[in-house]
Design a protein around this ligand. Structure first.
Ligand code: NI
Length: 179
């Protein structure tokens, strides 16, 4: 296993369109190692999601997980999910705002509107097609990570920067204010 370096905002890789993984390469040692390194790196830095472009690999893969001590900000328990070449569809018109942060944009939080309910078709790490639906927190994280595959970050999705806050100030002035 390896803990990989995380690209920070300003690195061009975060603004590229990530390439689809060739499906019959999913089981290759290179892709399997990248998936494991993504998982290890996400856990090391306490993220609830990590996309391959964030570790300088411009490929359509991301991981999501929120368990135990990594569950900051009241995140519900979310078992490990690895999605490859994901295609997202919103399945309701409902859009909700909640707080997001990003390992590539350290120490900032902001309110971001996202679709409440989505469906996803993707490949799993064994190369099988998976279909899933997600709501709320999980739908939010999946949309955030998917954005990394199309060169977007959460700042691009904010309606206004008035809620943009450093983590220290977020904890002091904003946490809980949305309720
Ligand atoms: Ni991010």
């Amino acid at each position: 296993m390896s803990i990989l370096k995380v690209a920070k905002l300003g690195h061009p890789v975060l603004r590229e369109m990530a390439k689809p993984v060739v499906v019959d390469q999913i089981l290759s040692s290179n892709i399997q190692r990248l998936i494991q390194d993504l998982v290890d790196t996400m856990r090391e830095y306490g993220g609830v999601g990590l996309a391959a472009p964030q570790v300088h690999e411009s490929l359509q893969i991301f991981t999501v997980e929120a368990l135990g001590s990594s569950r900051a900000d009241k995140a519900p328990e979310t078992p490990l999910l690895v999605l490859i070449n994901p295609v997202l569809t919103s399945v309701s018109d409902k859009v909700v705002e909640d707080w997001e942060g990003c390992l590539s944009i350290p120490d900032l939080r902001g309110l971001v509107p996202r679709h409440q309910d989505i469906s996803v078709q993707a490949y799993d790490p064994r190369g099988k097609i998976v279909n899933l639906t997600a709501s709320g927190f999980l739908a939010r994280v999946i949309q955030h990570e998917h954005d990394h595959l199309i060169g977007k970050v959460f700042l691009d999705r904010m309606r206004t920067f008035e809620s943009l806050a450093f983590l220290n100030e977020f904890n002091r002035y904003w946490q809980g204010n949305e309720e």
